[in-house]
Structures are given as C-alpha cells and as structure tokens.
Write a protein that binds this ligand. Structure first.
Ligand SMILES: [Zn+2]
Length: 218
C-alpha cells in the first residue's frame, strides 16, 4: 500500500477487529496509536488538527531559529551562508541597500573561491521585509546600521533572493519535466557557476511579476 501524500494511515488487522480498535499511523512522525473504533469520527479530525499544529510549530521553530540578528558587518555573509535570514538594524537608505547587495555579493564570491566551494550561493543580500512587530528584538534606539554606520531606523530582514543547490547538470532536464519545478528553476547549469540549478525561494513575488508581465502591466 502506498502512503505517499497521506497524512494519516489507518490499519485494521485481526487483532484490531477483536479489540474493536483501529491503528492510526501519523506520516509526519510515524507515531502509532490505537483508537477505539466507536470514537473514530471524532478522533480522526482531532488527530489531523494535531498533525497540522505540530507541523506548523516545527516549521515555525525552524524559521524563527534561522532569523539571526546581525549588528556587525563581518557577520552578515557568514550568517547568510548558513542559509539564515539576517535581521539588521537598518538605516532604510536605498543607496545603502544597493551597497549591502553589492558588497555581500562580492564577499560571498570571494569566500566561495577561497574555499573552492562551488555550492556557496553567490547572490547578494537584499531587504525581504521590515516586520511590523519590532518588539521581537531589542529597542532600535542607539543602534547603528552595520553597513553604513548611520542611525538605524527599524529592524529589517535581509536575505538572498536565491539559494543555489548542488544539483548536477544532468538532473536538470529530468526536473524540467515537472511543471512545478519548471516554474521553480529559474536558471540552469549554463551559467558561470556551472553544473547548478538555482531555485528561487521568493517564488510568489516572481510569479506575480510574471503574471503582471503577461497582462502587460510591467
Ligand atoms: Zn545603512
């Protein structure tokens, strides 16, 4: 029996029939539980809610754990290289953002050449958003922008627009047969880094722009 994509598997064997129970197996953590057959209509929705909540909590913890406060310029690229989002006390000057993008790109490229590591992502950091809830971080008062030294206005998320995964060139044509992955793969292995496919994690924005372009709005 194939359980792919099924969040909850129910098993009924001879022993379960004897006991009038059903064995449930969660796909997310493989936990098994014996449920009274009489309660199944209430127990299953409850279990599905629990799975949803647990998966959400796990994903949220992962995302939160990857938001790293960066107050010193030299910490920015190492934080991004570990696939984190950097939270900077930022001055909000457009020219400063351009500078951050440019300098972080150059530093990433230099670091990947030094380590001879083709897998390191090469793009520079840019603003992802300025969170409404600034209370998650200490007061911005007295903080300086780590890029230009000016007075910081708000905590701002910076990240790379693309992650480069170490996909061999040979796998790209196979992946391209998938309609979803065809949308995801924005550039293939023909670029200067060779043998790589870059997947954009900011896909919704890109798709939105593409749809706008199709409608002739941009
Ligand atoms: Zn600045």
């Amino acid at each position: 029996m194939c359980s792919q994509g099924v969040p909850l598997r129910l098993e009924v064997g001879p022993k379960d029939l004897e006991k009038d129970t059903i064995l449930s197996v969660r796909r997310d953590n493989a936990v098994k539980a014996s449920l009274p057959a009489a309660d199944i209509t209430t127990a299953i929705p409850k279990l599905l809610e629990q799975i949803q909540q647990d998966m959400f909590n796990k994903a949220k913890a992962e995302v939160d754990g990857r938001r790293i406060v960066v107050e010193k310029w030299e910490d920015l690229v190492p934080v991004l290289d570990k696939k984190n989002t950097a939270i900077l006390p930022w001055c909000e000057e457009p020219a400063c953002e351009e500078d951050i993008k440019d300098r972080s790109n150059k530093e990433s490229l230099a670091a990947s050449k030094m380590e001879d590591d083709d897998r390191a992502p090469s793009s520079g950091a840019k603003t992802l958003c300025i969170p409404f809830d600034q209370s998650r971080w200490p007061s911005i008062e007295g903080k300086c922008c780590p890029a230009c030294g000016k007075k910081a206005k708000r905590w701002t998320m910076f990240g790379r627009s693309a992650f480069t995964f170490g996909l061999p060139a040979s796998i790209v044509p196979t992946l391209m047969t998938s309609p979803l992955l065809r949308l995801l793969i924005m550039r293939s292995s023909q670029g200067q880094r060779g043998g790589r496919a870059a997947l954009l994690y900011e896909l919704p924005r890109d798709l939105g722009r593409r749809q706008q372009a199709q409608r002739g709005e941009i």
